[in-house]
Every structure is written in structure tokens, then in C-alpha cells.
Design a binder for this molecule. Structure first.
Ligand SMILES: *[C@@H]1O[C@H](CO)[C@@H](O)[C@H](O)[C@H]1NC(C)=O
Ligand SMILES: *[C@@H]1O[C@H](CO)[C@@H](O)[C@H](O)[C@H]1NC(C)=O
Ligand SMILES: *[C@@H]1O[C@H](CO)[C@@H](O)[C@H](O)[C@H]1NC(C)=O
Ligand SMILES: *[C@@H]1O[C@H](CO)[C@@H](O)[C@H](O)[C@H]1NC(C)=O
Length: 593
């Protein structure tokens, strides 16, 4: 994404990433109780208010240990740092420390109904499981039930786990690098957009190599799968219980293939074609992106002028009106000043913003419709504010940021995982030409493998497939009918390798099941964890809430309110949790998986 507004970290939600943009939408409402969320928003206050800093839990206060030792953190949660080998081929060498957060089960651990931990991964790659659980763990706990601990961990290389990937020597250097020459954006923004992205990618790979302290080669999915087994064993268990989103499906499939005997319950949700991922192809993520976009267009027509601010009587007219916005912005980008920042709304920002909303249509489409309507009138403020990030400020206390999630961690994982790709520009051009034949959205996706072009030449000895196994318990795969970056097709493909696994289909747009409200889906997931019941093959779950408000007075009402009355009292708590998750979480890092 090109725009300044997209650069910079925000809080997190769930599934994926990508190099600069990743991190989840923070939303203005993100709770301030977690130091690592919205840290930037708080930085000014923190500098002038030492009381706040004192209240904050510090990961530094926990020494990494091989046994699990939980320390109270962030109000109701517990945190730990697990010591694991940096290199599993040489376990007596250096170590890594995996940061974890837990929401304790609702039942005592010595009760017969206690069922152990469920590990989560939010995707990215590069996403923080600690952030995910801090932000959404309570809702996930409501879905799976009180018998389980909910455990989030930052995969090695990321956030509060150490060693941490960093290509830059200071925060300011990173910020300047991304702001002066943003990593992503539309390759269709200008005639040199692709070649500039190529050059930046080469530079990133070179920086990664030069600034590697020797640990970079151990930051990969194979090692993280081994870390997960260590986490499970540290809990006194042998079998993994896991719910992984987006890239978390690559991690889950890798674990299942490497340790088929250690699968207890494994849900992969928003499923990536792991073979394509390990080939560094990134060529089949966008098979359903247009379908996700058409859910906006058709949904807007169906919602009517009161339900959708960008309404036009036909889909063709809406598409044509969006094209007019593109054309107009190419000719006249719009300068925007808000209370907290400023920037330029241009073609590439609108492309990237629309693409990002496809991840969480239930949370974002009504806002997008308003923003596009405003843009048609020459007002870019609403669009700019959709993913606005605060202006960067240098930290007065750099130690406050020693565990922040860095945008380059995702590149490190996917470039280390994937097979080497040619740095030749003509090969990059050929790849892009091919991607364009797959999807009209290739322009905002092509950046993702660029950092791998001049990646350091580490030996590729890690697990890279095949993704086949007779697992000790069958996997549950979940796919949406119109997921913008993890097409349903990939869930069906991956399922073939895992004996007895079942694909549950959710009939909705959005990335991962939790981007929409479906009691049906979440009840299947609940039952799978509770007693191992798998849905019948071919099961398709409907959603329980409309994307756009359906009543006339509802233009600014809660988008999901209409269907609440239909929910039985018994389901109300579950419904509220799922609804909250769909509203607050942007599963999938913007511009990642
Ligand atoms: C479980 O642990 C609690 C507190 O440690 C104790 O009071 C209780 O008696 C234990 N229950 C059983 C069934 O062991
Ligand atoms: C542009 O839209 C914003 C709302 O997003 C509004 O507050 C502002 O007044 C509008 N600007 C103009 C010039 O109409
Ligand atoms: C690129 O931009 C041109 C001109 O606006 C447009 O005709 C074309 O459809 C765009 N291509 C893609 C892949 O977005
Ligand atoms: C799974 O089990 C079947 C039947 O025993 C066997 O034919 C197959 O080779 C096994 N697959 C793997 C990957 O071990």
C-alpha cells in the first residue's frame, strides 16, 4: 500500500499480513489496556505520564524458562515466555523465547471437564497471537467454551518472541524507509510502479542479509511447528488443539504433516494452498477476490438507497461509478487533513482500501460505501480515515518498543519458507503478467513476494511438504464462498491430503469464518473441539446477519442489529461473541494471508 496512512502499525486482529501494512485495523475504539495495542496512540501520553508506564506489564520482567511459568498480565490474563531451541538440529546451541498469553479456562484445571489449551495463530505471516488473544480471546473463549484455555503466542521472529526479525537499525529508519517509498500499493498506479517495487524488494532482501545476527535462518514455519509441539508438551499434553487462520492454515497443515500423531483437534480457517505458498508463487490466492468485490456491488444494489450510501440501481452502474472514482483520482488526488494526521488520497490508496475491506465486509462495507459516495463528491476524508494511522513519533523511551511487532517479520517467514525466486526483472514482470490473468486484483497483491527476490541464500532444509498425513484426529477445514485471499478451492485441495478431514463451507464473503456472523459455522467449530464431531461432508453454513442495514432508519445503526431478534436465548451469548468478533476483528492482515 502506498499511502502514508497505511504505513505504521496499528493493533491487531487476526489473519494475515504483509510487509508494511499488515497489522490489523486498530479502530479508534481499540482498548488502551493493552500496552501493545495502539501503543503509538498512547506514546505522547506515556512520555508525559509515568504512572501509565508503571501500570504496564513488561515482558522483560519474565525470564524465559523451559517449564511454563505463568505471570499475571494485562488485567485478567497470564503471560509466559517459553525457552525453546533456536535451531532444532542443534538443540544445545542458542535458544529462542516464545511469548505467550493465556485466557484461563472457565473450569478449574483439576476438574474433570478441563480440556487443556487451544493454541491460536492469526495469520500474516507475521501476525501476533498475543495481540489476537488480548483483543479477541474472550470472544473465542465464548465460542469454544469454558473447558479450554485460550493460548496465543507470538511465533518466533515476531513481536514479543525473541530473537525478533528486524531489517532496520532504528524505528525511525524503518518508518522513513516505508514512508518515503511505501512497500505496497497498486502496481497499476503508474508505469514504473512494478519496477520500483522490484527495486525496493531487492533492497529489502539485501538489508535482511546485512542485518542478520545469525538467527534469521531459523525463523520459519517448520521451526514454529516444532515450537507449538513444545508449547503443548510444556502444558503436559501430547496432542495439539489448534485454530489457525489464513497463514495459520499453513502452520497447521505443516504441523499435521510433520507430527500426524500429535493432532488432537486442528481447525484451519481461511485455508491457503500450502504447496503454492512454499513455492513462493502466490499465484492462486485471488481466485475468489472478484466474487468478494461483487458482494459489495450486488449487496449495495440490494440494500437500496437507504441501506447503501453508494447505491445505484444496477451492478453495472456501481462498477462504472467506481471506475469514475479511479479515473478522477488519477487526475486529481485529494489532499486530506484530519485532526490527527494528513495525507493524499490517490488511486493506489483507494485500490488498497477497497481490497482491504474485502477481508471484513461485515465491518467495513457500509463505511466503504459512504467513503466512495463522498469521493464521488470530491471529499476524501472518510476514505482516508478508514485505515488512518497516527503520525509517527520517535519514542522518548525506546525500551517501550523493544517487543513491538515489526512489519518485516512476515517477509522473513514467507521468504525463508519459500523456494528461491529469480531476482531478474523480466521474471518479475512475467510473474505479474500471469497474476493479472488470474485476477483483476493482482495489482494490489504482487508486492508480497518482492522481498524474497534478493533474499539471503540460506540452505532450504526445512519441511516444505508434502502435505499429506493420516492424523491421529481428522482435521476440520473452513472456507468461505467468497474469501478475497484464501479461496474455497484451496480448502478442498488441502483437505485431500489429510485422511478423514472435512471442509465446512460458510456461504459468505470475507476472510476466515469469523469475518461474518454465522452461528451455524461457530457451532460446528464448538462441537468439533468439544466432542470431536465433524460436519457432514458438503455442509454449507448460512450467515445470520446482513452486510448492509436493511431497514430505512438503519443507515447508521449497528449493521448486525436486524437479525438479533431471531436468535434464541440459548444462543444469545454465542451470537454476541461472534458478532463482536466480526465487527472488531479484521481477520487476515490487510494485504496478507
Ligand atoms: C482443585 O484445586 C482446588 C484449589 O487448588 C482445590 O481446592 C480443590 O479441592 C481441587 N479439586 C479437586 C477435585 O481436586
Ligand atoms: C468531507 O466529509 C467529512 C466527513 O467524512 C465532513 O466532516 C467534511 O465536512 C466534508 N468536507 C467538505 C468540504 O464537505
Ligand atoms: C489499470 O489502469 C487502467 C487505467 O485506469 C485500467 O484501464 C485497467 O483496467 C487497470 N488495470 C488493473 C489490473 O486494475
Ligand atoms: C495412510 O493410511 C493408508 C491406509 O493405511 C495408507 O495407504 C497411506 O499410505 C497412509 N498415508 C500416509 C501419508 O501415511
Amino acid at each position: 500500500m502506498a499511502p502514508v496512512a497505511f504505513v505504521g502499525r496499528v493493533a491487531i486482529s487476526c489473519c494475515l499480513i504483509f510487509v508494511a501494512l499488515w497489522f490489523f485495523v486498530a479502530e479508534e475504539s481499540s482498548p488502551a489496556r493493552y500496552k501493545f495495542q495502539g501503543e503509538e496512540h498512547q506514546s505522547h501520553r506515556a512520555c508525559s505520564n509515568s504512572a501509565l508506564a508503571k501500570d504496564d506489564f513488561s515482558w522483560d520482567s519474565i525470564s524465559p524458562t523451559e517449564e511454563l511459568i505463568w505471570t499475571d498480565c494485562y488485567s485478567d490474563n497470564q503471560c509466559a515466555r517459553l525457552k525453546v531451541p533456536l535451531d532444532y538440529a542443534h538443540p544445545d546451541g542458542g535458544s529462542a523465547a516464545i511469548a505467550m498469553i493465556r485466557i484461563h479456562s472457565g473450569v478449574p484445571h483439576n476438574s474433570s471437564s478441563y480440556r487443556g489449551p487451544i493454541l491460536l495463530n492469526p495469520g500474516g505471516p507475521g501476525g501476533s497471537g498475543v495481540d489476537l488473544v488480548a483483543r479477541a480471546g474472550a470472544m473465542i473463549s465464548t465460542i469454544v467454551g469454558p473447558a479450554f484455555d485460550i493460548v496465543g503466542f507470538d511465533p518466533r521472529g515476531i513481536g514479543r518472541s525473541t530473537p525478533r526479525v528486524s531489517f532496520f537499525t532504528t524505528r525511525a529508519e524503518r518508518e522513513i524507509a516505508f514512508v518515503s517509498d511505501p512497500q505496497f500499493g497498486s502496481m497499476n498506479a503508474s508505469t514504473d510502479a512494478l519496477s520500483r517495487a522490484w527495486a525496493r524488494g531487492i533492497l529489502q532482501g539485501q538489508l535482511a542479509g546485512e542485518r542478520d545476527d545469525g538467527s534469521l535462518r531459523f525463523i520459519n514455519t517448520d521451526h514454529t511447528a516444532r515450537d507449538m509441539l513444545k508449547i503443548v508438551q510444556a502444558h503436559g499434553h501430547e496432542k495439539l488443539q489448534y485454530w489457525g487462520f489464513s497463514y495459520g492454515s499453513v502452520l497447521g497443515a505443516t504441523f499435521a504433516s510433520m507430527f500426524p500423531e500429535n493432532v488432537g483437534r486442528l481447525v484451519i480457517d481461511g485455508v491457503v494452498d500450502s504447496e503454492n505458498y512454499f513455492a513462493t508463487e502466490w499465484s492462486n490466492n485471488l481466485l475468489d477476490t472478484e466474487k468478494a468485490w461483487m458482494s459489495f456491488v450486488d449487496g449495495c444494489v440490494a440494500a437500496g438507497p437507504h441501506g447503501c450510501a453508494f447505491f445505484a440501481p444496477t451492478a453495472a452502474e456501481i462498477s462504472s461509478n467506481v471506475d469514475k472514482v479511479y479515473t478522477s483520482l488519477r487526475e486529481r488526488p485529494i489532499p486530506v487533513r484530519t485532526d490527527t494526521s494528513f495525507g493524499v488520497v490517490d488511486y493506489t490508496m483507494v485500490r488498497a482500501t477497497i481490497f482491504r475491506t474485502l477481508y471484513s465486509p461485515y465491518a467495513q462495507f457500509p463505511r466503504l460505501a459512504q467513503a466512495l459516495a463522498d469521493l464521488s463528491q470530491g471529499n476524501g476524508t472518510a476514505l482516508f480515515k478508514m485505515f488512518e494511522t497516527p503520525v509517527f513519533e520517535c519514542a522518548c523511551d525506546p525500551s517501550r518498543f523493544q517487543f513491538e511487532s515489526l512489519r518485516e517479520a512476515g517477509s522473513a517467514i514467507l521468504c525463508n519458507d519459500g523456494k528461491r525466486i529469480s531476482p531478474e526483472y523480466k521474471q518479475v514482470l512475467a510473474h505479474y503478467q500471469n497474476s493479472k490473468t488470474v485476477s483483476d486484483w493482482a495489482d494490489v497483491w504482487e508486492f508480497i513476494r518482492m522481498p524474497c527476490l534478493a533474499w539471503p541464500e540460506f540452505p532450504k532444509t526445512h519441511f516444505q511438504g508434502p502435505f499429506i498425513a493420516n492424523t491421529s484426529f481428522p482435521l476440520l477445514l473452513v472456507g468461505n464462498t467468497a474469501d478475497p485471499v484464501t479461496p474455497l478451492w484451496a480448502a478442498k485441495k488441502m483437505s485431500q491430503g489429510f485422511a478423514g478431514s472435512v471442509v465446512l463451507t460458510q456461504d459468505s464473503p470475507g476472510h476466515c469464518s469469523v469475518s461474518a456472523v454465522s452461528l451455524c459455522t461457530q457451532k460446528y467449530i464448538q462441537r468439533y473441539f468439544a466432542d470431536g464431531t465433524l460436519p457432514e461432508p458438503g455442509t454449507v453454513c448460512p450467515v445470520d446477519a446482513p452486510i448492509f442495514p436493511t431497514s430505512h432508519s438503519a443507515a447508521d445503526a449497528d449493521v448486525h442489529e436486524q437479525s438479533t431478534f431471531a436468535v434464541s436465548a440459548a444462543d444469545r451469548e454465542l451470537f454476541e461473541a461472534v458478532r463482536e468478533l466480526a465487527k472488531t476483528s479484521n481477520f487476515g492482515f490487510p494485504m496478507g494471508i
